[in-house]
Design a binder for this molecule. Structure first.
Ligand code: UT7
Length: 320
């Protein structure tokens, strides 16, 4: 027995912000952003919240799976941008969709958030602690960006993706997840600082900091290695894989991973051109787009891989 994805859903905010729109408010250009990253536009929230986007993606995934909210007994949300410290986004989703029988919690693994949530749901399902899980990746990254720092803010967007996961004979067959906390500060966003009667620290709001080149180096070395490990664990070889659904950080990272795996870049579907990097949400949004375009057929072997803050990485091989 393993765990299978039986439905997907996603939600992107209404408001589209193009590279040209950004060039009107900061010193950047469509040429710089698209040539270095492949990103042409992203969606940013106006009315939407992290929980509202997650709940909408969840409803669409339930509909796609033909499963009612009542049947969900586990909700895991990968996010670093919940609306509240507590309640968790997962608890907010539970309330919004009426999944009253679910255990619900969030998990922080940044851009690997969906992959960590999927592997955790898999563990719950295999241990018989749950029967039908909702796994979500969602981010409102626009609220943790420094909009005066053109080297980071142009890369990111907002959105949500979700998958319904159930125990089945076929599904997940290889899993490689890992962390390297020693390198955590190359991509960091501070939380609240101490503010108690004993210690008063600087209350200045701090936003996301990224050493782009270090993250780039980490991604292009770690991701191919992780994919090789997961594919081997699945008893498969790289040519057996129909699609590689990678975290959508940068087209150059994806091209480099394709080259290192000696696989045509055509096997790497893309959503970053219209979404930007949405951290934990990018892999499930991409998977949902592939699903809804009819790209996935029963029996296809798919690799999904997330990587980023922590540093963290997570790769899964699955049979659709
Ligand atoms: O989920 C994981 C998230 N992180 C990533 O995936 C990041 C991985 N890293 C990258 O994708 C790349 O490192 C970046 C796209 C972030 C940056 O590309 P780069 O080729 O490493 O550029 P750079 O940081 O070396 O900057 C080159 C130049 C600099 O100007 P000077 O010093 O050469 O005059 C920057 O000031 O580009 C300048 N620059 C910009 N120019 C126009 C930086 N940001 C911008 C901008 N528009 N938005």
């Amino acid at each position: 027995m393993t765990s299978r994805i039986i439905g997907t859903g996603s939600y992107l905010p209404e408001t589209v912000v193009t590279n040209d729109d950004l060039s009107k408010i900061m010193d950047t250009s469509d040429e710089w952003i698209s040539s270095r990253t492949g990103i042409r536009e992203r969606r940013l929230v106006k009315e939407e919240t992290t929980a509202s986007m997650a709940a909408e993606a969840a409803k669409r995934a339930l509909e796609n799976a033909g499963v009612s909210a009542d049947e969900i007994d586990l909700i895991i949300v990968g996010t670093i941008t919940g609306d509240y410290v507590t309640p968790s986004t997962a608890c907010e989703v539970q309330a919004a969709i009426g999944a009253e029988h679910a255990v619900a919690f969030d998990l922080n693994a940044a851009c690997s958030g969906f992959m960590f949530a999927l592997s955790s749901a898999h563990a719950y399902l295999q241990a018989n602690l749950a029967k039908t899980a909702l796994v979500i990746g969602v981010e409102t990254l626009s609220k943790i960006m420094d909009w005066n720092d053109r080297s980071t803010c142009v890369l990111f967007g907002d959105g949500a993706g979700a998958a319904v996961v159930k125990r089945d004979e076929v599904g997940l067959s290889g899993l490689d997840i890992g962390s390297d906390g020693a390198k955590g500060m190359v991509l960091a966003c501070p939380n609240r600082t101490n503010n108690n009667p004993l210690v008063q620290t600087d209350k200045t709001l701090r936003y996301t900091y990224m050493d782009g080149q270090e993250v780039y180096k980490f991604a292009v070395t770690t991701v191919p290695e992780s994919i090789h490990r997961a594919v081997e664990q699945a008893g498969l070889e790289i040519p057996d894989i129909k699609y590689f659904a990678l975290h959508q950080a940068n087209i150059r990272i994806i091209q480099s991973v394709a080259k290192r795996l000696r696989v045509s870049v055509d096997k790497f579907p893309i959503s970053l051109d219209h979404c930007g990097n949405i951290s934990a949400a990018s892999v499930p949004i991409l998977l949902d787009e592939m699903n809804r375009k009819g790209m996935l057929e029963r029996g296809d072997k798919i690799v999904m891989s997330g990587f980023g803050g922590g540093l963290t990485w997570g790769t899964a091989v699955l049979t659709w």
